[in-house]
Design a protein around this ligand. Structure first.
Ligand code: CA2
Length: 170
């Protein structure tokens, strides 16, 4: 097989072996507990933007990058674990703000490790400037990177980094 054919095969098979007939990258965006309250409470820490506005911004941003995002929020750890396990068949990467589960959940960490999908961890606030219990992330060691402290821009930067990583790996 020639080198040119190998390249074409990569596009047809998609990254991570996901079957695809185009090179459109699909990213699963996961928001953890209480992030549905954004915009309504604690604007001093998290800003006044709502989760729906963050999701719309990510859809538009992905569109510019010839990619697609699908976003979901849950307050339940098991629902997030299920979503990560199911992601493999439909998505090439995961962008996650696991909220407080960042600091507590071995289950989320194990799910991300199990699916072996490139995952970027994001936080609105700078978790290292806050209480010491927020300084440890169970996600960080299984993520390709972490972006923390840039408000809504953390999501945007995280999406760019993830899509760049997916496009340039393999
Ligand atoms: O900074 C972040 O993005 C966090 O992931 C947000 C989590 C927090 O537990 C992490 O340590 C850092 C909390 C999300 C809760 O969001 C709220 C929004 C409005 C009102 C109350 C909570």
């Amino acid at each position: 097989m020639t080198a040119a054919l190998v390249v074409i095969d990569k596009y047809r098979t998609g990254l991570n072996g996901v079957s695809s007939h185009s090179s459109l990258i699909k990213v699963l965006v996961l928001h953890g507990p209480n992030l549905n309250l954004l915009g309504a409470r604690e604007p001093g820490i998290y800003g006044s933007v709502t989760l729906a506005e963050i999701d719309s911004m990510l859809v538009a941003e992905a569109n510019q990058l010839q990619a697609e995002v699908e976003a979901m929020q849950s307050n339940h750890e098991g629902v997030l674990v299920d979503a990560i396990q199911a992601a493999k068949t439909k998505f090439q990467g995961i962008l996650i703000n696991a909220g407080a589960y960042t600091h507590t959940s071995v289950a989320l960490r194990d799910a991300i490790a199990a699916v072996k999908m490139p995952t970027v961890e994001v936080h609105l606030s700078n978790i290292y400037q806050r209480e010491s219990f927020r300084h440890h992330s169970y996600i960080a060691s299984v993520a390709i990177g972490q972006i923390s402290g840039f408000g809504v821009q953390s999501y945007r930067l995280g999406l760019h980094a993830l899509i760049h990583h997916i496009r340039h790996s393999n």
